[in-house]
Ligand binder design. Structure first.
Ligand code: NAD
Length: 297
């Protein structure tokens, strides 16, 4: 299959690097004014290997972005009350601007309760119901990082999306619902599709902007994509490894080769939305720091 020469492959790695460099500049200027660096506290409970990798990257990139990283690695059997007490301590710590509790938490801990305990002004993951409500109400708040990164990638190829038809597949609190709100705020006409949607391919074919946040490998086929559409693939799925091979290949929720033959612009997996998530976490930390200190954010 040949790719139309006009198809833009959206380079999330480059966009994320540029955003991190911008955040680092902002952090240096913040430090100059406030006499301290913006601070991000990351809490990891247990030793889930994927979470260890994410937390390691977050800590490294926080430092590279000229911010202070506070790292808390707690054993898997940490009592819920102890975790809640740590969150409350960090809420009260003036050197901490952002608090991130790495999910998923061990089963004996109620993650909803932990998220509710985070000061909404420091909720850099944007998961506190107050921040979800602010997004819905069009008030300033902190928005979840993956949808924020996805929106920035859409804007990188099309500044004004007013009146365009956007279809979001997936209605999770983490991705689907917030990105639908952001698209609506940017004046797109938004359809939310999910596991009960009838004739999903036909719904997708009407999309000028198609966002897939499902978790089903290569669900979206090339003939679901409207010619020229912007396709944002949030999915990260690991295929089973081939016989004798180590790890399986990473794929998104979109059949990439098929879709890019039709789309106007598309994000690859890996290298699309993924790298934007941490960059937006750093941006949210800087935003939270500025707001807490009364600086324009
Ligand atoms: P989730 O499981 O919470 O939600 C999935 C949604 O997809 C649900 O609303 C469900 O209704 C819908 N769905 C499931 N099967 C469907 C089907 N066959 N047809 C239509 N809709 C269907 O998942 P999530 O947390 O929103 O994550 C979605 C994907 O995005 C996953 O692959 C996840 O790994 C990835 N993700 C990536 C990043 C990143 O940094 N790039 C961050 C978060 C999530």
């Amino acid at each position: 299959m040949t790719t139309p020469s006009s198809t833009t492959i959206i380079d999330g790695k480059a966009a994320a690097a540029a955003l991190r460099a911008d955040v680092a500049k902002g952090a240096i200027s913040f430090t100059g004014k406030q006499g301290r660096r913006p601070g991000l506290a990351v809490i990891l409970v247990g030793n889930d290997p994927a979470s260890e990798v994410y937390v390691g990257s977050k800590v490294r990139l926080t430092r590279e972005a000229e911010m202070k990283s506070f790292e808390y690695r707690l054993p898997a059997d940490t009592p819920e009350a102890e975790l809640l007490a740590l969150v409350r301590r960090l809420n009260a710590d003036d050197l901490v601007d952002g608090i991130l509790v790495q999910l998923p938490l061990p089963r004996h801990i109620d993650s909803g309760k932990v998220i509710l305990a985070i000061d909404p002004a420091k909720d850099v993951d944007g998961l506190h119901p107050e921040n979800a409500g602010r997004l819905m109400a069009g008030l300033p708040g902190l928005v979840p990082c993956t949808p924020l990164g996805s929106m920035l990638l859409i804007e990188s190829v099309r500044k004004d999306i007013a009146g365009l038809n956007a279809v979001v597949i997936g209605r999770s609190v983490l991705v689907g619902k917030p990105i639908a709100q952001m698209l609506l705020a940017a004046n797109a006409t938004v359809t939310m599709a999910h596991s009960r949607t009838q004739d999903l391919p036909a719904v997708c074919r009407g999309a000028d902007i198609l966002v897939a946040a499902v978790g089903v490998p290569e669900l979206v086929r090339g003939d679901w994509v409207k010619p020229g559409a912007i396709v944002i693939d949030v999915g990260i799925n690991r295929l089973p490894p081939a016989e004798g091979a180590g790890k399986g290949r990473l794929v998104g929720d979109v059949a990439y080769e098929e879709a890019r033959a039709v789309a106007g612009a598309i994000t690859p997996v890996p290298g699309g939305v993924g790298p934007m998530t941490i960059a937006c976490l750093l941006q949210n930390t800087l935003t939270a720091a500025r707001r807490r200190m009364g600086e324009p954010a």
